[in-house]
Design a protein. Structure first.
Length: 287
């Protein structure tokens, strides 16, 4: 019998189906289909492991701070440009969703950092140039596919935020930033928008954390495809719900702090979190 399924469960199934289909397409170009379907084992970790991963992330940043700053400076620059565009185009309702939504594509910005931590761990040369060596790796196709999926989720979040605005404070656009802030903070419709936005945004954040927390480092480290990488990430979160939830909070708080002022703090926060994510992967996924 046909039944009405949970929207989150349905969405995750569709993401897995999309990943499998896109992986097949990518494999025809990059030879991914020839990779052995090995499913890595996952370990349980504790909060102490998160502290150790952050410490190692700071150490990696200290060792290569000039190179990682070069890699990450583009992130706040793009953020400022996009937000300026929002102001110029009069799309104020998307200002906060745009800023908050950058957490959804953060793992893409950290790909080079994962490679640098991997190379440092193995005693290899690590610089902003060598960080792009993974472009020639067999798993670059799956990395690209997973990156596209995160971008699509980011765009879907912006669409959802626009719909939430339309059904609460819309459909007319705000006349100014001051008027918009007043409507948001002093009206019942504004607070409804805040609650709905935080709830829906939280769902997107959980989905992205669940499918990407170890998948990108795994793709860079081993010759696996999108389905195995995402499946391993799902199993890692299922085995460590508490620590992974805590890591999600750490990332969210770090990105928020790094966004003040004008996203400049991300030049430090992003590389530390990126390097630390690599070390969390090494703790969670067995050799």
């Amino acid at each position: 019998m046909d039944t009405i399924r949970n929207p989150i469960e349905w969405g995750m199934d569709k993401l897995r189906e999309a990943g499998t289909a896109m992986e097949t397409a990518g494999g025809s170009i990059h030879g991914v289909n020839s990779l052995a379907p090995v499913h890595p084992a996952v370990r349980r970790i504790a909060l102490a492991d998160l502290r150790d991963a952050l410490k190692k992330g700071v150490d990696d940043f200290a060792a290569y701070r000039t190179d990682v700053i070069f890699l990450c400076i583009i992130y706040p620059v793009i953020s400022v440009v996009l937000i300026q565009t929002v102001f110029h185009q009069g799309m104020l309702p998307l200002l906060f969703p745009l800023a908050a939504g950058f957490a959804l594509v953060g793992p893409i910005a950290a790909i080079g950092l994962y490679e640098m931590s991997r190379r440092r761990e193995r005693g290899l040369e690590a610089s902003w140039v060598s960080a792009f060596a993974m472009i020639r790796a067999p798993s670059f196709g799956p990395v690209l596919v997973l990156s596209v999926i995160l971008v699509l989720l980011f765009l879907l979040w912006l669409s959802a935020a626009q719909v939430i605005y339309m059904v609460t404070l819309g459909p007319e656009p705000p006349v100014s930033l001051t008027a918009f802030a007043s409507d948001v903070l002093t009206t019942e419709a504004g607070w409804t928008m805040i609650v709905l936005g935080m709830g829906v945004g939280g769902i997107f954040a959980v989905v992205v954390l669940t499918i990407s927390v170890v998948s990108f480092p795994l793709l860079i480290d081993r010759p696996v495809g999108v389905a195995i990488a995402v499946g391993t990430s799902l199993r890692a979160v299922a085995a460590n719900p508490g620590p992974m939830a805590a890591w999600g909070v750490i990332v969210a708080v770090g990105l928020f702090i790094g966004s003040i002022p004008a996203f400049l703090g991300l030049v430090i926060v992003l590389p530390v979190l990126g390097h630390a994510t690599w070390h969390i992967y090494r703790k969670v996924v067995a050799d």
